[in-house]
Design a protein around this ligand. Structure first.
Ligand code: 1OR
Ligand code: 1OR
Length: 383
C-alpha cells in the first residue's frame, strides 16, 4: 500500500502500471477526447477482469492472469517495442469467433511431415485438438533453424510466433529489476514455448536463447489464436483454481502449474464407479475436481476396508508412480464425482519439484498402515 515514508509518497506498482498502459494506449490510438477514451479503456479493463483468471486482488491488466507478481518482467521491458495491436486486441474467450481468414499452409515433404509429427507428439497444448484442427496446425507450421547464442524470443517484445522444439537446447532467461539476466529454465531438446504472449496479449515474459544449434517449428500468432487459444485458455482457466487448492503443488511455480493444467484430462464418474483397481499397473494419477473418492484396501482376508476419503483438491494414484509398483489400493467415486487425470510421462516431467512432498506423505501412509495392520507390506522401499 502507499504509505508516506520519510515524507515521500510511494506510488503503488499497480497504479503506475495501469496509468502507464493507459497513457501509452492513448498516445498510440490518439482517439481525441481523453475522458471518453478513459471511460472506454477502464470499462474494458474491468469487464475483462471479470472474465479472465486474474489471481487474487492484484490489479494486473486483464491478460496477465497466469503470470504471478514475481514472474512479471519489469515495466520498462514489458512496454518495449509494443505495437498498437497489443492494446487493441484483448482476448475474451466467451466472445471469440475469430474463424475468419484463409488458413496458412506451408507445403512440406514427407520427411518434414514425419519430423514435425514427431516433434509435436507430447506437446500439451495440442492435446485437445481434433483431427481437423491438428491438420491445420501442422499445415501452418514452418521450420526455423537457429545458431548457438541466437535469441529466438526477447523479453518485452510483442509475440509473433509460438515454437515447438525439434532439437537443440534452449535457455529461458528473465531480466529482473536489477537488470541481470538469469536462466530460469532449460529445454533439453523437446517442448514448446512462446505461448504466453499470444495467449494473454502481453509482451514476451522471458527471453529464449539457443545454447546449441537447433531446429524449431514455428506457428504464426494468427493461427495460434484461431485454433489453439480457445481450448488452451479454457483449460488453464478451468484447472487453475483446482491446482491452487492442492497443497503439494505449491512447490511448483505458477507457470509450471499452468503447464500442468494443459496436461490434465477430465473424467466424470458415477456413484460407486471404480477409478483404480488394487494390483493394476499404474498409468497416471488423479486430482479430485468435485465430489468424493474412497480409497480402499483389500487385505489377505479378502475384505475391502476404506482407509481414506478424499474431497476437492485431494489427489491419489501417485504412490505407484513413485514406487514403480502395482496400485496399493483401489479408488471409487462416492456420489457423482469429477477427477482430472495426469499421465505418467507428464507426471515425471512436471512434478519433479513435488517429489519430496509426495514422499513425505507416503511416509505418513506407512505410519498409518503400521498402526492399522501392524505391517507396511507394499511400502518398504519407498524412501
Ligand atoms: P512468452 O510468449 O512470454 C517467452 O515468451 C516464453 O518462455 C514464454 O512465453 C513461455 O513459453 C516460456 N516464465 C515465463 N515464461 C516461461 C518460463 C517462465 N519458462 C518458460 N517460459 N518461468 C520458468 C518456469 C520453470 C518462470 C520464471 C520466473
Ligand atoms: P496408488 O498408485 O498405489 C492407489 O493407487 C492410491 O490410493 C495410492 O496410489 C494412494 O494415492 C492411495 N493411505 C492413504 N492413501 C493410500 C494408501 C494409504 N494406500 C494407497 N493410497 N495407506 C495407509 C493406510 C492406512 C496404505 C499404504 C499401502
Amino acid at each position: 500500500m502507499s504509505r508516506p515514508q520519510g515524507g515521500r509518497i510511494q506510488v503503488p506498482d499497480d497504479l503506475r502500471e495501469i496509468l502507464l498502459e493507459f497513457t501509452i494506449s492513448y498516445l498510440l490510438e490518439q482517439p481525441g477526447d481523453v475522458i471518453n477514451y478513459a471511460v472506454e479503456f477502464f470499462t474494458r479493463l474491468q469487464n475483462n477482469r471479470t472474465t479472465t483468471i486474474v489471481r487474487g486482488p492484484t490489479a494486473g491488466t486483464p491478460d496477465e492472469s497466469i503470470i504471478s507478481d514475481e514472474e512479471e518482467p519489469p515495466v520498462a521491458a514489458r512496454f518495449n517495442n509494443r505495437r498498437k495491436s497489443v492494446f487493441a486486441e484483448t482476448y475474451d474467450p466467451e466472445e471469440d469467433d475469430s474463424d475468419e481468414g484463409a488458413p496458412v499452409v506451408f507445403p512440406k515433404s514427407d520427411a518434414q511431415r514425419t519430423r514435425l509429427a514427431e516433434a509435436v507428439r507430447g506437446i500439451l497444448l495440442f492435446r485437445s485438438l481434433d483431427a481437423q484442427q491438428m491438420q491445420q496446425v501442422l499445415d501452418a507450421m514452418f521450420e526455423k533453424r537457429v545458431e548457438p547464442s541466437e535469441y529466438v524470443i526477447r523479453q518485452g517484445d510483442d509475440g509473433d510466433n509460438f515454437y515447438v522444439i525439434e532439437n537443440g537446447i534452449f535457455d529461458v532467461l528473465v531480466t529482473g529489476d536489477d537488470g541481470i539476466e538469469k536462466v530460469v529454465h532449460t529445454y533439453e531438446g523437446t517442448g514448446s514455448f512462446g505461448e504466453l504472449a499470444l495467449m494473454y496479449n502481453m509482451p514476451r515474459a522471458a527471453s529464449v536463447r539457443a545454447q546449441t544449434p537447433g531446429a524449431l517449428w514455428a506457428m504464426d500468432r494468427h493461427t495460434f489464436r484461431r485454433i489453439l487459444l480457445k481450448s488452451a485458455f479454457k483449460k488453464r482457466k478451468l484447472y487453475e483454481e483446482l491446482l491452487d487448492k492442492v497443497p503439494m503443488l505449491k512447490a511448483l511455480q505458477p507457470y509450471e502449474r499452468a503447464n500442468l493444467a494443459d496436461a490434465l484430462v477430465p473424467r466424470s464418474l458415477i456413484d460407486g464407479e471404480l477409478i483404480i483397481r488394487q494390483g493394476d499397473t499404474a498409468d497416471g494419477m488423479y486430482f479430485v475436481e468435485d465430489g468424493n473418492v474412497s480409497i480402499r484396501i483389500t487385505r489377505d482376508d479378502g475384505n475391502e476396508h476404506e482407509i481414506k476419503r478424499l474431497d476437492k483438491g485431494g489427489y491419489f494414484g501417485e504412490l505407484a508412480l513413485v514406487t514403480h509398483k502395482p496400485r496399493a489400493a483401489s479408488a471409487y467415486a462416492v456420489g457423482p464425482t469429477k477427477v482430472a487425470f495426469l499421465d505418467v510421462e507428464t507426471f515425471e516431467r512436471l512434478l519433479g519439484p513435488c517429489m519430496e512432498i509426495m514422499k513425505r506423505n507416503i511416509d505418513d501412509y506407512e505410519e498409518q498402515l503400521v498402526k492399522l495392520f501392524g505391517d507396511k507390506s507394499n511400502l518398504t522401499d519407498v524412501r
